[in-house]
Design a protein around this ligand. Structure first.
Ligand SMILES: [Fe+2]
Length: 251
């Protein structure tokens, strides 16, 4: 068994817990969808910092440029940034997935001004201050702090494990459950449906396997790194379960 297979086996019960969560079927009217989105939007946002951290590791943007190792990972991470930071809407407009999510929120009458203002003046040093001044619930803060905690470790294999197991290999099944079980039609929330389907399509086939490869490259033969990758993966999935528990409790 490879180390990746070992991690995947260890994560199976957590993924099962996440995918069988009761929150999905509880999103059954417009009010609940608004509440769901107003709280979930912060993990849509913090994902980008994970991606940018990894892009900066494999394909730094600061000059002078030079050829670097792991070209297929560079292609992969640049491709993710392209789609996440500048994707096309069905009407042809181009924007980040965070902005797309905010539009989808506005479409169903959720408060998209709050997350948008929250990120406007965000810096690398005022995150906690912003979360306090925008009165984000402690449960939401915990999820964001978890993500930025991974980045604060300055260990690329930890960021990659959070990205790989806590996002790319987790999101397609999770969103599939949400699409199947929530009682919100495509007519009620067209952009939200588009957002979910787009992620199932993008992440499923190519992103998942490439993210696994990224973890393999970064952990290489280092036993401690593999252990940290597993712990990070478990923490990330648990963090999402905690977020779902919280949102379910206020629906
Ligand atoms: Fe996205």
């Amino acid at each position: 068994m490879t180390m990746i297979q070992h991690i995947q086996k260890e994560l199976t019960p957590l993924y099962q817990k996440l995918n069988s969560h009761h929150i999905y079927k509880k999103v059954d009217d417009n009010n609940k969808l608004q509440t769901f989105m107003e709280n979930h939007v912060y993990s849509v946002w913090d994902f980008m910092s994970l991606v940018k951290f990894l892009q900066n590791h494999f394909a730094p943007s600061s000059p002078p440029w030079k050829p670097r190792e792991h070209k297929d990972i560079i292609h992969f991470i640049n491709d993710i940034v392209l789609e996440e930071e500048s994707d096309h809407l069905p009407d042809g407009r181009t924007m980040s997935h965070f902005e797309m999510y905010c539009l989808a929120m506005a479409e169903v009458g959720a408060n998209s001004d709050k997350p948008f203002s929250f990120v406007q003046n965000i810096t690398s040093t005022n995150l906690q201050e912003q979360m306090n001044s925008f009165d984000l619930p402690l449960e939401i803060q915990a999820g964001v702090q978890k993500t930025f905690g991974f980045l604060d470790s300055h260990k690329p294999h930890i960021a990659a494990a959070a990205f790989c197991f806590g996002r790319e290999n987790m999101i397609p099944n999770m969103f599939r459950e949400l699409l199947n079980k929530m009682n919100i039609s495509k007519e009620q929330a067209p952009l939200f449906h588009f957002y979910l389907s787009r992620h199932i399509e993008l992440d499923g086939e190519i992103h998942g396997p490439m993210a696994l490869k990224m973890v393999e490259i970064l952990c290489a033969d280092d036993k401690q790194r593999w252990e940290e990758a597993l712990t990070t993966a478990q923490d990330s999935i648990q963090s999402r379960i905690n977020l779902w528990n919280y949102i379910e409790s206020i629906l």
